[in-house]
Design a protein around this ligand. Sequence first.
Ligand code: SF4
Ligand code: FES
Length: 246
Amino acid sequence: MKLTVRIWRQSGPQADGRLVSYAVDEVSPDMSFLEMLDVLNQDLIADGEEPVAFDHDCREGICGSCGVVINGQAHGPERTTSCQLHMRSFRDGDTIDVEPWRAKGFPVVKDLVVDRSALDRIVQAGGYVTAPTGSAPDAHATPVPKPDADIAFDNATCIGCGACVAACPNGSAMLFTAAKVTHLSVLPQGQPERARRVLDMVETMDDEGFGGCTNTGECVASCPKGIPFASIATLNREFRKAARSR
Ligand code: SF4
Ligand code: FES
């Protein structure tokens, strides 16, 4: 495949940015999107130019670091992470626009790299348990009903990629925060901090500049892990209950 890739280039947080057009040849349909960027960077380095900065780590949909906006969609046209997106999702001769996450809570560091540490600070505010977890407990020592275990597991699959924020017209981190709150609120180990957790995490979310939810659902549509809209309802319910008992 031969492609034209228009990439957001920005030398630093305060610098102006712009889309720069590059021709990328010899792209295999079986390459991942990041491997296509690797090919571009090899060409740029060979030509003595600055390679494109982009974030990545696991390249297997686990770490959440690789998110970019591809043709206006967070993580691109498939319901997956940018590293798990393959070039067979595009056609020979396509022009592809690649931009960083755009949100007040995610300032651009360089090119496609944004600072997502605001999500870490939301987790620091309450995304933990104080129940001792040092050694493996006896099986069934703490019974968890199967429906609750399923809800906890589904929400624990959030990888903190930030696509929900990038896709939301309000730059809201509600789906991310909802996944963390829901995961712990249904488990017995999460009960001691249950009320404090949701209040502190929502307060931190607001302080970090993320917007509120207006039920557009773009977050759910772009989430590579299928975190459901119902988790935001759980977050709102948990928040109201905790605020009343304050
Ligand atoms: S809720 Fe989904 S889109 Fe948002 S950070 Fe978690 S995995 Fe990414
Ligand atoms: S590089 Fe880890 S999820 Fe994409």
